[in-house]
Design a protein around this ligand. Structure first.
Ligand SMILES: *Cc1c(COP(=O)(O)O)cnc(C)c1O
Length: 455
């Protein structure tokens, strides 16, 4: 007889994975290597180690080991907020009157409010192991900076965050969470770095951009003894750390003999999606199982659905290595969508390759429809979702409603990456009916893509 499925499927502490899963080991077509922006040759470990921590460079370049041991200190930290629950959305199913079974993996149950802590703690650990004094990074909306501040304070590392000036001013609460955890938060562009001074002189009064903050953080790391730069998404090492999400999800489903038909995640830089789907994509690649995997992105920043699969700069300042990815061009400025974490012009090279090989599908959705789904979810499931996460909710709801028409009892699993308490200005706009649905024209995208390097 089938076991009755509880509202929350919890794992035991000793069921937290002790290894991350590196899907690149199973991929037949490996993601293309990072290239030196000057020579267009593959980046060597030595070159990367000038900017990134040594052990993280090893992980970045490793496309052969399927499993990578999670150090005990990181597992101890994970125990504070993991395993995260896999929730059966009984209340949402009832509200939708659907025969589908909906499950979501909830990663918002920590102070940073998102999955980003899973990688922040790993990156801080390796920096500490290397004997570094501290790390630098950029943050846009603030989720990554918050997670990294928490991780650095745990390992007693200095944390310097360059926060896009407009967010620094408009999101004072996230800034204060970071400062509470001991981080130094600097509005970007600042007068502390050469690139910041140059941008301030060239564009007086500018409120900054993520690309500019990245350039400042990289300069700060390379100009101070004992510092390295860390990044919260896009890189393969970050996706690797996030596979803790997918591995736990798989174990929880297997406990109750649940086989998912669909797995859905929102895609900004691709780390939570890649982490959630990796173990399932591995089975797909090895020909063992069949799942439908869907990446959801905003219509205003449609890298997978409307971008090109080419080498591009990872930052507007063009200081970082080149990555082959689905991109809209590094100069692409997305309309001020409220899902700050999904406004990146490119996509993880692992997710890009899996998408190009047909293992993943992608869908882009309108902002107002996303908030409509978010509100619906909040009212019945009791969690106020982050705007980013709500992209996945929107497609899960759409699919569940399709099942209502066809009568199919599909198992739908989606990633609920975080909570939206710091996004109330966006919810306010939605509640006031003044939220828009910007969709870029083909000409805009083509113009931006024409600036990709020719390789
Ligand atoms: C940063 C963020 C995302 C998007 O980042 P990915 O690297 O694509 O996972 C999604 N949801 C939340 C809550 C975030 O903070």
């Amino acid at each position: 007889m089938a076991k009755e499925i509880p509202y929350k499927i919890y794992l035991e502490e000793n069921e937290i994975p002790d290894k991350w899963y590196n899907v690149r080991a199973d991929m037949k077509n490996k993601p293309a290597p990072l290239l030196n922006p000057g020579t267009h040759e593959p980046m060597t470990a030595d070159e990367l180690e000038a900017v990134f921590c040594k052990e993280l460079v090893k992980q970045e370049l490793n496309d052969t080991d399927a499993y990578i041991e999670i150090p005990q200190e990181i597992r101890d930290f994970y125990k504070m907020y993991r395993p995260s629950p896999l929730v059966r959305a009984y209340c949402l199913e009832k509200a939708l009157d659907t025969p589908a079974h909906i499950y979501y993996k909830f990663e918002g149950n920590n102070t940073s409010g998102s999955h980003k802590l899973n990688s922040a703690i790993a990156q801080a650990y390796y920096a500490k192991q290397q004997g570094l004094k501290g790390v630098t990074t950029e943050t846009g909306a603030g989720q990554w900076g918050t997670a990294l501040s928490m991780a650095c304070s745990y390992f007693d590392l200095d944390c310097q965050v360059y926060m896009v000036k407009v967010s620094y001013e408009q999101k004072p609460f996230r800034r204060e969470v970071m400062r509470t955890y001991g981080a130094k938060v600097t509005p970007s562009p600042s007068m502390d770095t050469e690139v910041g001074r140059r941008i301030n002189a060239e564009f007086p009064g500018t409120t900054g951009s993520l690309g500019c903050a990245i350039s400042e953080a990289v300069e700060a790391a390379t100009s101070q003894e004992g510092y390295r730069y860390v990044l919260g998404s896009v890189l393969s090492q970050v996706l690797l750390h996030q596979t803790i999400i997918g591995l736990e999800t798989k174990t929880a489903l297997e406990k109750y003999d649940i086989v998912p038909d669909m797995i859905i995640g929102c895609a900004g830089g691709g780390s939570n999606l890649g982490g959630l789907i990796s173990p399932f994509a591995g089975e797909l690649i090895r020909g063992e199982k069949n799942y439908e995997i869907i990446a959801v992105e905003p219509m205003s920043c449609p890298s997978l659905t409307r971008g090109s699969y080419v080498y591009d700069f990872c930052d507007t300042g063009k200081v970082c290595p080149l990555a082959k990815m689905y991109t809209l061009g590094s100069g692409y400025i997305p309309a001020p969508n409220h899902a700050g974490g999904l406004r990146y012009h490119g996509m993880s090279s692992i997710v890009s390759q899996l998408y190009d090989d047909g293992y993943i599908k992608a869908r882009s959705v309108k902002q107002t429809e996303v908030f409509d789904a978010a509100q619906r979810f909040a009212r019945v499931e009791g969690i106020l979702p982050a705007p980013e996460s709500s992209h996945a909710i929107k497609v899960a709801v759409d699919e569940a409603l399709k099942c209502k028409e066809t009568g199919e009892e599909k198992n739908i699993v989606f990633g609920l990456t975080g909570t939206g308490y710091f996004d109330m200005v966006a919810y306010q706009k939605f509640n006031d009916g003044i939220m828009d649905d910007y969709c870029p024209t083909d000409e805009e995208i083509a113009a931006s893509l024409s600036n990709c390097p020719k390789i």
